[in-house]
Design a binder for this molecule. Structure first.
Ligand code: UDP
Length: 414
């Protein structure tokens, strides 16, 4: 089967690809869905992304990019609904999906377990292959200290999906191992396609100009956090690390993300900063539109990823593409995208003391590599390369589905 002009139904039910990044349920997965769809659309494939209608003022169909439509379907009430509550309405969503479908699809690509569930129903009904991405794995979250615990329903469905989709795609070898270990997935059913970064948006900017534009001091060292305010992001241990560096001359921790300063998560972090005595060295910026993030990366001396768990960690790629080094815990893709001692540092364990040492080493280096040199190490992670790798996967899945040929093997990004 030719991988030309594919018609793909993408399911991203709980989280819209154009939702507010940095808030509770909207982060890397939304970026992934929209960037991948945009690249595939550019190449002449037709992508319909199906997501839950959250606001009746939304148009049912929006033309998102060339050949890419965003389609809102109802499931339960409109407005915020937690993921477990949404589960009970997935059959409504599927019913709407069936009624809506004005074109036949060659393939279904679903994201996250809730969409995977619906993807499997559609796979059976439409008799087309179903490619599934976990994005995060419930069983791994449950075995990770500091993470919110995931319901058994999720892990049971994920285990089912691990054995019943045409293909599973993950962003790292580590995630592949997790699926084999926790869910007994067969290695040959899992493909590895790394995530990408928007290299046009994230590029090095002048540090002094960026700081001036953002109102940051030129004399302070700036360490940056960018992400959702979820317990597994480890913002608390980053703060404890900054407390260790209290005597370090003029260090500022800039925290970007979250659902607003008055939410309990934000209040707890502000309280912690006072308890640690670092409140004057921490700036809570709130969420920032992604288009406005580049000066934050360029203003910083290092991005810190203090997470307990990441499936990939897009913010690290964004920092590197902007020429900013990254100090990170051993999560997601960190060990493969950071050149230790050069473009970043992966701490052996997530202790605040080690994070503090890593940060101090990086911001006090006498001869750091240039921003362009740091950026050059991640140029292969363009979304165009991700789309090419994905099309290889789609092609193999379709050949396997229709002709029974093998679709195993990993995809390289050069
Ligand atoms: N992000 C953003 N504004 C914010 C916070 C985050 O645009 O205020 C974006 C960030 O640029 C990145 C994504 O949200 O692309 C977070 O992805 P990551 O993989 O780091 O974390 P996840 O949300 O998937 O856990």
């Amino acid at each position: 089967m030719e991988a030309e002009q594919l018609r793909i139904a993408m399911l991203s039910i709980h989280s819209s690809p154009v939702g507010e990044l940095g808030t509770k349920d909207t982060g890397g997965m939304s970026v992934y869905v929209r960037e991948l769809a945009r690249e595939l659309g550019k190449r002449g494939h037709f992508i319909d992304i199906f997501t839950r209608l959250k606001d009746t003022r939304q148009d049912q169909i929006a033309e998102l990019y060339e050949n890419v439509r965003l389609i809102h379907l109802g499931a339960g009430n409109n407005g915020h609904m937690n993921k477990l509550a949404l589960y009970a309405h997935l059959d409504d969503f599927f019913k709407e999906l069936e009624e809506f479908s004005d074109r036949k699809y060659d393939l279904i690509h679903s994201h996250y377990w809730l969409s995977g569930r619906v993807g499997n129903w559609a796979q059976e009904r439409w008799q087309v292959p179903h490619v599934f991405m976990f994005h995060t794995v419930g069983a791994v979250k449950n075995s990770t200290a500091g993470s919110e615990k995931e319901p058994e329903l999720r892990t049971a469905i994920e285990k089912y999906l691990a054995g019943n989709c045409s293909r599973i795609l993950v962003a790292t070898d580590k995630e592949r191992d997790h699926l084999i270990h926790h869910y007994g997935a067969s290695p040959e059913t899992i493909g590895v396609v790394p995530c990408g970064v928007n290299l046009d948006l994230f590029r090095p900017l002048d540090k002094a100009t960026s700081r001036q534009q953002l109102g940051f001091s030129q004399d302070e060292s700036i360490v940056l956090f960018v992400g959702r305010f979820a317990p597994l992001k480890g913002i608390d241990r980053l703060m404890a690390a900054v407390a260790y560096l209290k005597d370090y001359q003029k260090l500022r921790l800039v925290i970007v993300g979250g659902d607003g300063l008055s939410t309990p998560e934000s209040q707890n972090l502000q309280r912690l900063s006072r308890e640690l005595g670092i409140q004057d060295s921490v700036t809570f910026v709130g969420r920032v539109e992604q288009d406005n993030l580049p000066p934050y990366y360029s203003a910083a001396d290092a991005l810190v990823v203090p997470s307990h768990y990441e499936s990939f960690g897009l913010v690290a790629l964004e920092a590197l593409a902007s020429g900013t080094p990254v100090v990170a815990t051993k999560v997601g893709a960190m060990e493969s995208i950071l050149r230790d001692g050069e473009t970043g540092h992966v701490v052996e364990n997530g202790s605040s003391r080690l994070l503090a040492n890593g940060i101090e080493t990086f911001i006090s280096r006498p001869h750091p590599p240039s921003a362009d040199a740091i950026r050059s190490t991640v140029l292969r992670f363009s979304w165009a390369n991700v789309a090419s790798a994905m099309l290889d996967e789609y092609g193999a899945v379709l050949r396997h589905y229709h002709f029974g040929t093998c679709c195993c093997g990993n995809v390289s990004m050069g």
